[in-house]
Design a protein around this ligand. Structure first.
Ligand code: SF4
Length: 504
C-alpha cells in the first residue's frame, strides 16, 4: 500500500555560482523497534549539500510504504507534523539536484513503483550513460522519460513478475545498467544498497548499537549522515556490491556484472563535493584538501603577504598552502551564511552579481597586501573574476590564484552537472589566457598527479573532467574527437584540448 502527500510545487531554490552543481544524496535505515522518520530527516539534513532542489523519504512499518517528497530543502519539505505521520522502522531518503531530467516534482525521489500487491521505492545518486537504450528496452518513449532513475524503476517493475522479488529483480536488471549509480531501495520489509562496479559515487554502511548486538543498519552517501544519528561507520559499500538488510542482518548478494572493472571513485568528491568531515577511501576529506594546498605551494610557489581561501571549499587548501609556504593565513572574504550554495542565475552578468551577494571582502585585512587566493576549481571563471575584482577594489596589491583542481576541460557524465563544454573556460583557453581573463597576477592549477598524491591512497579514481579519460562509453563520442594542440608554454597544464564537445 502506498500513500503520498505534499505535492505542491515550491519555487526552484537552486542557484549556480558559476561552478559545477552537486549530485544527489541518498540515505537508508533499517532499525526494528525505532521510528526512523526523524533519523532519516537528520541524515538527509546532513546530506543537504548534495542536492537542494527537492527532498523526500519513503517509510515502511513492515506492511505499508508511505512516501513524502516535494520541491525544496529538507527542512522545507518536512516538519514535525509531517514526520509524526510517518511511522515505521524502515526508510530510504533522497536529496536531489537534477543532473538528468527537469527540476520539478516529477523528478523528486524516492520513486515508488507498485507491483501487484507489493511495490518498491528507489533513490539514486549518479547518472546513467545508456538511459535511451534502457528506455527502449521497456518500451518507454523518449518524451515519457522523466529521469534515468525512472527508467531503472521501470526495468525493475518489468523484471518483478518473472523474478518474484526485488532482490532477484535487481540481480536481473543491474548488469545491463551502465554509468554511475549508488542506489538505495526498499520494499515494505527490506532495505537494499547498490554501487555501480566503478563506484563513481560514494555509499557507506553504518551500524546503530554495539557491534555484538546491532540495533539497526544505515546506508548513506557520506559518513557525516551516520554520525549525526549516532551510527558507527562500518565500511564503504564496495563497487559492484549489492547488499540486502533485514531482520537477518546485512548480506551481500551476487550480481552477474557483464565485465570486471576497477574502481573509479569521482576524484572531485575530494576537491569539492563531499563535506570536509566525510571520510572517503578511508581519508578525511578536509585533510586531503589541506594537502592539496600544501602540494600547490610546492608546485607553484609565490612571494606574498597573506594566503586566503574562497569560502568555503577553498579554505582548507589555503590553510595547507600557508602551512607549506610559511606565508601567514588570513580570512579575506566573508560569506553570507544565509545564502544557498548557488541561485538561479540566467546569464553571466547575473552570475557575477550572485557572487557579490554571496561574498564580501575584509578590506582592512587585505589592503596593501600581496594575496595568494586558493579556490577549489574554476568552471566558467565567473566567481574567480568577481573575487579578483573585489579584492583589488578592497586594496590588494597583487592577487595570485591557486586552484586545487586541474583545469576542467570535459563535461561530467556521471552525476555532476557541468555546463556545456564551450562554457568551460579551460576548454578553449590556455592557463595564461585564463589568468588574463580573470585579471589575476598569476594562476596555477594543481596537477592531476598532485591531486591524487594529496589523497594519499593507492586506489582508482575517475578524473575524466580533467583528463578526458572516461572510464565508460559516454553518450556522445567525446574523447575520440579531441585534437590536442600545444601552446607557447611547455608545461603540461598549458596543453589545450580543442574538442568538438557536445553539450550535456
Ligand atoms: Fe567526478 Fe569529473 Fe569523473 Fe564526473 S568526470 S565523476 S566530476 S571526476
Amino acid at each position: 500500500m502506498l500513500r503520498t502527500w505534499g505535492v505542491h510545487n515550491a519555487p526552484n531554490l537552486c542557484e549556480n555560482r558559476g561552478t559545477v552543481k552537486e549530485a544527489c544524496g541518498v540515505f537508508g535505515i533499517y532499525a526494528p523497534g525505532r521510528r526512523v522518520a526523524n533519523l532519516t530527516f537528520d541524515g538527509l539534513f546532513a546530506l543537504q549539500h548534495r542536492g537542494q532542489e527537492s527532498a523526500g523519504m519513503a517509510v515502511s512499518d513492515g506492511d505499508t510504504v508511505m512516501v513524502v517528497k516535494d520541491m525544496g530543502l529538507v527542512a522545507t519539505v518536512f516538519d514535525e507534523r509531517t514526520l509524526s505521520g510517518l511511522s515505521g522502522h524502515l526508510a530510504i531518503g533522497h536529496t536531489r539536484y537534477s543532473t538528468h531530467g527537469g527540476s520539478d516534482w516529477d523528478g523528486a525521489q524516492p520513486i515508488y513503483r507498485p507491483v501487484g500487491r507489493a511495490g518498491f521505492a528507489l533513490g539514486h545518486n549518479g547518472n546513467l550513460t545508456n538511459t535511451t537504450a534502457l528506455a527502449e528496452k521497456v518500451g518507454m518513449l523518449p518524451g515519457a522519460i522523466a529521469t534515468d532513475s525512472d527508467v531503472v524503476a521501470e526495468l525493475l517493475a518489468h523484471a518483478f513478475p518473472e523474478t518474484g522479488d526485488l532482490a532477484s529483480a535487481l540481480q536481473a536488471v543491474l548488469p545491463i545498467v551502465e554509468g554511475a549509480f549508488s542506489f538505495v531501495l526498499m520494499n515494505a520489509q527490506r532495505l537494499f544498497g547498490v554501487r555501480d562496479p566503478y563506484g563513481f559515487r560514494p555509499l557507506c554502511l553504518g551500524r546503530l548499537g554495539p557491534a555484538d548486538a546491532p540495533e539497526g543498519w544505515v546506508l548513506a552517501s557520506e559518513t557525516p549522515a551516520l554520525s549525526v544519528i549516532g551510527a558507527t561507520f562500518v565500511r564503504e559499500i564496495a563497487p559492484g556490491e549489492l547488499v540486502v538488510i533485514d531482520g537477518d542482518g546485512v548480506r551481500s548478494l551476487t550480481v552477474p556484472w557483464l565485465k570486471e572493472v576497477s574502481p573509479r571513485l569521482c576524484i572531485f568528491e575530494f576537491a569539492y563535493i563531499a563535506r570536509p568531515d566525510s571520510h572517503l577511501y578511508g581519508r578525511e576529506v578536509h585533510e586531503t584538501r589541506c594537502r592539496m594546498g600544501e602540494l600547490l605551494a610546492e608546485q607553484a610557489p609565490v612571494e606574498a603577504d597573506m594566503v586566503m581561501g574562497v569560502p568555503e571549499s577553498g579554505v582548507p587548501g589555503a590553510e595547507g598552502f600557508a602551512r607549506a609556504s610559511g606565508i601567514p593565513y588570513g580570512a579575506g572574504l566573508v560569506k553570507n551564511r544565509y545564502i544557498g550554495r548557488s541561485f538561479i542565475a540566467p546569464d553571466q552578468q547575473a552570475r557575477g552579481d550572485a557572487v557579490r551577494r554571496k561574498l564580501n571582502a575584509l578590506s582592512e585585512t587585505i589592503a596593501g597586501k600581496r594575496l595568494v587566493v586558493v579556490d577549489d576549481s574554476i568552471v566558467r571563471g565567473t566567481t574567480q573574476r568577481s573575487v579578483v575584482r573585489m579584492l583589488r577594489e578592497a586594496g590588494a596589491t597583487e592577487v595570485h590564484l591557486r586552484i586545487s583542481s586541474p583545469p576542467w576541460r570535459w563535461p561530467c557524465f556521471y552525476g555532476i552537472d557541468t555546463p556545456n563544454a564551450e562554457e568551460l573556460i579551460a576548454n578553449n583557453h590556455s592557463v595564461d589566457e585564463i589568468r588574463d581573463i580573470l585579471g589575476a597576477d598569476s594562476l596555477a592549477y594543481i596537477t592531476v598527479e598532485n591531486l591524487k598524491a594529496a589523497i594519499t591512497v593507492d586506489a582508482g579514481f575517475c578524473d575524466a573532467c580533467f583528463t578526458g579519460d572516461y572510464p565508460t562509453t559516454v553518450p556522445q563520442a567525446t574523447p575520440v574527437t579531441l585534437e590536442r594542440t600545444r601552446t607557447e608554454s611547455s608545461d603540461d597544464e598549458s596543453m589545450i584540448y580543442q574538442a568538438a564537445l557536445p553539450g550535456v
